[in-house]
Design a protein around this ligand. Sequence first.
Ligand code: NAP
Length: 361
Amino acid sequence: MSDPARSDFLVDRHDLKRTELAISARAALAQNAVLLKVDRFAFTANNVTYALVGDQLKYWHLFPARAGFGIVPVWGFGEVIESRHGQIKRGERLFGYFPMSTHLVIEPARVSERGLFDGAAHRQEVSPVYNAYARVSGDPQFAGKSGDYQALLRPLFMLSFLVDDFLGEASFFGATSVLLTSASSKTAIGLAYLLKKRGTVKVVGLTSGNNRAFVENLGCYDAVVTYDAIEQIPSEPVVIVDMAGNAGLLTGLHNHFAANVKYSCRVGLTHADAEQPPENLPGAKPVWFFAPDQMKKRAQDWGKGIIDRKIDEEWPGVIALFDGATRVEFVKGEDAVRRIYLATLEGKTRPDTGYMLSMWD
Ligand SMILES: NC(=O)c1ccc[n+]([C@@H]2O[C@H](COP(=O)([O-])OP(=O)(O)OC[C@H]3O[C@@H](n4cnc5c(N)ncnc54)[C@H](OP(=O)(O)O)[C@@H]3O)[C@@H](O)[C@H]2O)c1
């Protein structure tokens, strides 16, 4: 390593538009610890959600920063550049949860042939899924563009899969159509793909005017409607899956469909505002979807590892959809990272682009 310093991209926890670069000297590595170079990571609206709920869901605990600031967690790749752990060698590649930084020190625990966990004390308050690293050296699924798709889409597609599975098991609560807000988001596209494949419900995408043509061209929605035209959607029994988290939009949908809202599933916060939807909305009361509950249920119903196997079966189809409609852009250096971070925060990124970032020039 020619550069001994470590750079962290910090955000003000209470004003996410304020960012700062923290440069610090790298400390000596403790016994059993491993130093990773954070090679590249994906950045989407989902990472902004991690920041928005960082206090409640303890995302800020994963990669500590100075008081009042936080480091947004991202999915990506790291390379071991120094190891004081007997089972982990220099040059090994890991896939998992990283800070928006140049480096990360972890304390490998529960090391197996396929993966390991970071056993650092400050990371133990969050779900183990956020402390797990896959050992991916030499695995073509995690190299090149396939690797970019793993970082960009796999964590999001897990959610798409779980929501589809949950709704399917409940026979869509008697609804004949499913309405997805932020239809241009990667999570919504993955869900629309699975719903359309079932062929049992109509899949309706709601999006902004600017993103309408992109969403229509995907082919995984039966109908696409812009946010200003929800009152023109014919009322029928519907499930709402809300990626946007906008109180006005959700209220408008409940008022329009009223008793025809058979289930209202809150998933995301892409258009989040400070407002909360009123308590007494017409139709089924909105419920936050909690992915770990559905994962736990299916691990019990199906057995360990079966969710991943089922997702693997769907993976080539959904990747073919993204491959045909989107491109991956790789941007390097702290200025470029700040630009994409702020554009994502403000909803100004292109839906046809998946952004892979690196703090390294
Ligand atoms: N609960 C969970 O476990 C879980 C898991 C995965 C994802 N999610 C949530 O699903 C949502 C989608 O995430 P993603 O990573 O798939 O998103 P993405 O691909 O980055 O989607 C971006 C889309 O969101 C909308 N958008 C984003 N920022 C906006 C802003 N500031 N103002 C207006 N519109 C904005 C736009 O869609 P439109 O123009 O179509 O509205 C944009 O095309 C996120 O809220 C994420 O947190 C939740």
